[in-house]
Design a protein around this ligand. Structure first.
Ligand code: ZN
Length: 468
């Protein structure tokens, strides 16, 4: 369907859209800081009002044991497809404050960029969704499909109560597709859609030896040092020559990519030198033999040691054999790897690698499953067409190496596939000082979303009852 009418509305109202977003960004809705709990609530109330103004018929706050989420819906006809939009209205803290070139809650537009905390992550994206809905309603009088919106207030603190919220609101959140806008495109002029996220499993290892720290003059050489035992255990988890994880069964469920899928991964531009620069100037890349850097960080699983402790850390030296040593480990998982299964296998490998002279305990942490939406899913194809039309460039389907917990929860708890359509740019400095959102991306993003609703209305299969 031709979208010129929608574009004309957006053009005529672009300045107001920006002014409204600026007001939204003035609210310091920092979820991790209890001192800002009132601001997170204010942000939710402000957003609920914004959703009502945009034309959502139902708007309300959903209370959780933590910060409130915002829910809104506009059910047009139960016979039409239903899309659930996900985003978050909470933001990251702003420290170190002295590194900001302008105050983080006094949004400024400089050189085509809106600079403030939350501009890209994720208030700009949430606002784009409301404005796309408004454009449809003011221009054509009605949406071409049913839309539901859930915007949580705790994404930046690990979506602490979102699983409970989904459980309690499962019926209301039912939809045929979830559209998540909380990510960046591959680059400026390089639109991309993220279709896969790696999963995660966390664990903590503790090695204990003697009941107390021992004098290394009296006992050194005669008692196994727990730090040495831990080092051996950790070193045993990966083969330094092949870069492969050596945990027995670690790769059992991993499906090798087809030649076509590998070509797709390779299609998005990659610059090794630039990557090393972004990676803090590392001297060389490292990983599993036979895979490219992009594959290693998106479609292959890994084991990472996140922290190690034990022994004396103060100035000078202290001649001891420490009583204990520990480490935190996380594994990134790819489709078909289950967190519980991988946890058991890593635990078994750690136990097997533990020398007889020390004891080891493995404590499980959290986990999330990997998710993958097929690249030929109608939702992916629709988003791809909408992006291509607006950006005038081929759209890459990418997979991300990280996890977005809500996406995994929608998949696991509601069987809801997600398409990640985000308009950030890689240099948006999200979570860092001087976060910004490109005004051009904001403008284009709204156009993509207005088209996306038309595309999905025509192509999305209804899989669930539309009524709530
Ligand atoms: Zn975010």
């Amino acid at each position: 369907m031709n979208a010129r009418d929608l574009d004309a509305y957006c053009d005529a109202h672009q300045a107001r859209f920006i002014d409204e977003l600026v007001e939204f960004c003035r609210i310091p809705s920092i979820s991790t800081d209890p001192a800002h709990a009132g601001d997170v609530r204010r942000s939710a109330e402000w957003l609920a009002r914004g959703a009502r103004d945009a034309g959502f018929a139902t708007t309300e706050l959903i209370e959780t044991a933590g910060h409130p989420a915002v829910y809104a819906e506009r059910m047009v006809d139960p016979g039409l497809p239903t899309v659930l939009i996900y985003g978050h209205h909470d933001i990251q803290p702003v420290d170190p404050l002295e590194e900001w070139t302008s105050p983080p809650f006094e949004p400024r537009i400089v050189g085509g960029e809106l600079r403030c905390r939350g501009a890209a992550d994720d208030k700009g994206h949430v606002w784009m969704h409301l404005k796309a809905v408004q454009a449809h309603l003011r221009t054509r009088g009605e949406l071409p499909l049913n839309l539901k919106l859930v915007v949580e207030g705790e994404e930046e603190i690990g979506s602490a109560h979102f699983e409970e919220l989904i459980g309690a609101e499962a019926t209301r959140l039912r939809a045929d597709l979830c559209v998540v806008s909380d990510t960046a495109m591959h680059g400026r002029g390089q639109p991309s859609i993220c279709v896969g996220l790696r999963g995660l499993v966390a664990l903590e290892v503790e090695v204990t030896g003697p009941a107390l720290d021992l004098h290394s003059g009296e006992f050194g050489g005669a008692v196994l040092n727990p730090l040495e035992a831990l080092s051996r255990i950790l070193a045993s988890l990966r083969d330094p020559r092949t870069g492969r994880v050596t945990v027995p069964g670690f790769y059992d469920e991993v499906v090798e990519l087809t030649r076509e899928e590998r070509t797709q991964v390779a299609a998005s531009p990659f610059d090794e030198a630039a990557f090393r620069e972004v990676a803090g100037g590392v001297l060389a890349t490292f990983g599993e033999n036979g895979y490219t850097t992009t594959e290693r960080r998106t479609v292959r699983p890994t084991v990472e040691i996140n922290g190690v402790w034990g022994g004396y850390q103060g100035p000078g030296s202290k001649t001891i054999i420490p009583a204990r040593a520990g480490a935190k480990i996380t594994c990134r998982l790819v489709p078909r790897q289950q967190p519980e299964v991988i946890l058991d296998r890593v635990r078994a490998a750690i136990e097997a690698a533990t020398p007889d002279a020390v004891r080891v305990t493995v404590t499980p942490g959290g986990g999330s499953r990997p998710v993958l939406t097929p690249v030929d899913h109608p939702g992916v194809l629709a988003a791809s067409r909408a992006m291509k039309e607006v950006f005038g460039a081929e759209v890459y389907c990418t997979r991300a190496g990280g996890s977005i917990h809500p996406v995994e929860m929608f998949d696991r708890l509601l069987g809801l596939p997600s398409v990640l359509v985000g308009f950030g740019l890689p240099d948006d400095r999200i979570h860092a000082p001087n976060e910004k959102f490109d005004i051009g991306q904001f403008r284009s993003g709204i156009r993509v979303l207005t088209r996306l609703w038309d595309e999905l209305a025509e192509n999305l299969q209804r899989t669930s009852p539309g009524e709530s």
